[in-house]
Design a protein around this ligand. Structure first.
Ligand code: SF4
Ligand code: SF4
Length: 238
């Protein structure tokens, strides 16, 4: 299991998928859907279109993904690793999982197929899907970061909607270069979860076992936010 402290989310659907799902969403309904998601305390939506190559690599037959992002609470992230912290993180995860089922129901009611992708299913990597949105990047500390922030959790809905506003280019590649000049996460990691070449060692990281989030807390992207770090990077490059 990738998220060891998370429990499976129960099935909260109250509407079945349509027999003949629609494939085209109007701008108005997509705006409405986004507004409902934001009112449910999600902080942003992204969209991934999975290529044939990607589908074949992961052995899946679906391709239109809505990514719903939420902020993991700063109060919880600042706690020391503990069972209590893991429980609180899971409670937050369950809360947003439940909201995702409700959002899938809204799409189903409107005539679209919509299914939550099980975040505990290791057969497909949600991070790999997130990267296909062209709105995410993996930081040196192995976090999947979107522009909204470093401390994001996310749920995903696979859907029959073909005309989501998919982005085709990722302009976040500079983050890797910035990370190569920083290294605060390596210095601060209490578990030495980086090798001699400063590469992340997954099995040494206790984030998903004990709730460590030290490297988030010290990361400039968390402390200052994506746009401020980007401005700083721009000044560094002058
Ligand atoms: S602490 Fe520095 S090197 Fe580590 S992820 Fe954040 S910006 Fe990148
Ligand atoms: S052990 Fe903690 S500080 Fe080290 S990489 Fe994992 S989450 Fe970050």
């Amino acid at each position: 299991m990738r998220f060891r402290y998370h429990q499976p989310t129960p099935n909260f659907y109250s509407i079945d998928n349509p027999i003949k799902p629609k494939t085209t969403i109007t701008d108005d309904f997509l705006d409405e859907f986004r507004d409902i998601a934001l009112a449910s305390r999600f902080v942003g939506l992204s969209y991934s279109k999975l290529s044939d190559e990607f589908k074949s690599e992961w052995d899946i037959d679906w391709d239109n993904i809505i990514i719903l992002k939420y902020f993991m609470s700063s109060d919880i992230l600042k706690m020391d690793p503990s069972k209590e912290k893991c429980k609180l993180m899971d409670a937050e995860f369950q809360e947003f999982g439940q909201k995702t089922f409700a959002l899938a129901d809204i799409l189903r009611q409107e005539g679209f197929r919509a299914d939550l992708i099980n975040p505990l299913d290791d057969r497909v990597s949600l991070r790999a899907i997130a990267l296909q949105s062209n709105e995410a990047v993996i930081t040196r500390s192995n976090m999947c970061m979107f522009r909204e922030g470093l401390n994001l959790g996310f749920f995903m809905i696979k859907t029959s909607i073909e005309n989501l506003p998919f982005k085709t280019e990722n302009d976040m590649g500079w983050v890797r270069d910035y990370c190569s000049t920083c290294g605060v996460c390596i210095d601060r990691c209490p578990e030495n979860a980086f090798d001699d070449d400063e590469k992340f060692i997954r099995k040494s990281c206790t984030a998903h076992r004990e709730g460590c989030s030290v490297c988030i807390d010290f990361c400039p992207f968390y402390k200052r936010g994506y746009e401020k770090v980007k401005q700083r990077y721009g000044r560094m490059k002058k």
